[in-house]
Design a protein around this ligand. Structure first.
Ligand SMILES: CC(C)(COP(=O)(O)OP(=O)(O)OC[C@H]1O[C@@H](n2cnc3c(N)ncnc32)[C@H](O)[C@@H]1OP(=O)(O)O)[C@@H](O)C(=O)NCCC(=O)NCCS
Length: 155
């Protein structure tokens, strides 16, 4: 049996353990595709969907928008696809009067942390640090620590 999941690297490519892959797939129940398609984005070509972003504008205030999940075909990473999706989400959020973007990720997802920093997000204060990154313990329930990102955009 696999112990606590850690991704592993083969020939420079990072792979997820089955446990990590399951964790990620649980983030995408059907409701996100049913009720948030108007603010979500996909990039596709003749071969099908290559990258997607699931996000929405907060229902509880007029300022915030939230990016729940972004995914890029592993064969196409490092080519600016996620950056394009984020830029388009920011543009549409700003058009709708939103001024703040939020997102979270797991402290184990080093790629996502690096990506969000590259996109200009600040990491919000935490109650501890993992590898120098502020982390909020039990943010999503017991043992479900998260790194919280925040970005101000121009209206
Ligand atoms: C994270 C992810 C969406 C990045 O997609 P991508 O298309 O490869 O990212 P981009 O090519 O647009 O990169 C944009 C910037 O982020 C940086 N970046 C992206 N992935 C990175 C990584 N793993 N390590 C370091 N930097 C990274 C790039 O260097 C780039 O910076 P630059 O423009 O200053 O050069 C992609 O790796 C992915 O689908 N991961 C699996 C799903 C996931 O973990 N999603 C996030 C949690 S919701």
């Amino acid at each position: 049996m696999l112990a606590k999941a850690h991704s592993y690297t083969v020939k420079g490519q990072q792979f997820r353990t089955p446990e990590q892959a399951r964790e990620l797939s649980l983030l995408l129940p059907r409701l996100f595709l049913q009720f948030f398609s108007g603010t979500s984005l996909i990039l596709k070509d003749d071969a099908g969907i290559r990258a997607f972003l699931v996000g929405f504008h907060a229902a509880d205030n007029d300022d915030e928008a939230y990016i729940h999940f972004v995914g890029v075909d592993p064969r196409l990473r490092g080519q600016g696809m996620a950056r394009r999706l984020y830029a388009e989400f920011f543009r549409r959020a700003a058009m709708a009067g939103r001024t703040e973007i939020r997102a979270i990720t797991s402290p184990r997802n080093a790629g996502s942390i690096a990506f969000h920093r590259a996109m200009g997000f600040a990491v919000e204060e935490g109650d501890r640090e993992v590898g120098g990154v502020p982390v909020r313990s039990d943010y999503d329930g017991p043992g479900q620590d998260r790194v919280c990102f925040h970005l101000k955009i121009a209206e």
